[in-house]
Design a protein around this ligand. Sequence first.
Ligand SMILES: Nc1ncnc2c1ncn2[C@@H]1O[C@H](COP(=O)(O)OP(=O)(O)OP(=O)(O)O)[C@@H](O)[C@H]1O
Ligand SMILES: [Mg+2]
Length: 447
Amino acid sequence: MNNLALLIPALAALVAVGSWVWRHWHPASFWYGAGYPFRLALVYLTWAHVAAGCGLSRTRRRWRWTLDAVPVAGSAARSVTVATCKRRWRRVDVERAPRLGWLRPTRLGWRVRVRLHDGQVPADYERAAEGIAHAWRVHSVRVADVRPGQITLWATMRDPLTEVRVNPDTGRLLTVRPGKLDNGSDWIIDFRTVPHWLNAGATQSGKSNLANAIIKGLAPQPVALVGFDLKGGVEFTPYAPRLSALATTRPECLALLGDLVGEVEARMALCRVHGVRNVWHLPDHLRPVPVVVLVDEVAELFLMADRAEKDQVAKTGTALLRLAQLGRAFAVHLVICGQRIGSDLGPGVTALRSQLSGRICHRVNDPETATMTLGDLDPAALDAARTIPAQMPGVCIVAGQDGTWHRARSVYVPEHEAEHAAHTYAHLTPSWADLTSSLPAVRPAVA
Ligand SMILES: Nc1ncnc2c1ncn2[C@@H]1O[C@H](COP(=O)(O)OP(=O)(O)OP(=O)(O)O)[C@@H](O)[C@H]1O
Ligand SMILES: [Mg+2]
């Protein structure tokens, strides 16, 4: 007896220490080997209570073999008699939780399919997500992958965005990995899928850092980078060795935009001559170099000090809009950064915004900017954008053109890192003159 009294606490201590060591030594195997089975049991055992508590259960009438009364304390013989007499087969109300599918582990938690009750919609689960997250003791629960009659709940145990460590270079043309998504997977920007991006957010929210990550990711690739920086060039000048062109004043911007539009028109003519719809269908030796245009603080392009600048601003707006409309098929891509990109900047801005199908919304100061950036996306996305904390710069809401959205965070790329990448891959920079004179045969046709 004495030995047993000592053995049990000793075993418990051994298990606790062993688990701690295992968890710290190899967290991934600990999760799949111990954490996940434990969570799985807990989720299935408590689901009926959790669903009822979150208002997701439905009351159904079911046939049950019931007892009217439970035997009262006292004479055992008398209780048995009562129970036997009152037992009946009848219809009663029972609470039915939505049916859970198989709990599949992910690196940061799990995902599970839920079959909706009749009359339920995914929004019911979005409203309940916070309650479910508290009940499951996890960082967050998101509704994803909506199919008719089914949704997937995606549980994340800890915020994967607290520390982001990824390499922006993917090794694939026009594809960068600027950070991580809230489900733990890499955040991938593929310009061939989503050609133009709008990157908005308040000051110090992480817009330029994201631009740095994109530059670092694209620098080793055979692409031309073009910068527009009307903040006097302070943002992009350090990356000049890898930029094929950089405009820092309004006249320079106008001239460069004019050249870019000319280049797009030349590419269009080249495609026409070869009977193809876009540059990707051209033979390899004819395909022009893809161009990624980065604009830091787009509002500066539209600001007018006096009426004399009105004409310049209108021309700038038109040229940007043309690039956005025509660029996709001809491998000219835009990344437009700004604090606020609304109709108040001038005519044409709303049309330009609607062409930028990739949307990134960093921390914003007012709900209108979030709505303006993310459009009429899921209201939960707008709420998420409004609640990005100031102490987590780089966190943003990313919306693709398929209507899905994610919380994401860019990897921290300080200026010197992006500068180093720009110097390292400076030899890959196509000169602007070479780039714009590469299609002489078709250029006269355009003119
Ligand atoms: N992903 C990130 N991880 C960690 N820190 C970040 C991240 N992004 C930005 N920061 C920090 O936030 C600061 C401000 O970022 P950044 O310059 O990109 O903001 P911004 O939106 O461009 O601001 P502004 O509108 O004033 O130009 C950076 O100096 C950096 O210290
Ligand atoms: Mg900035």
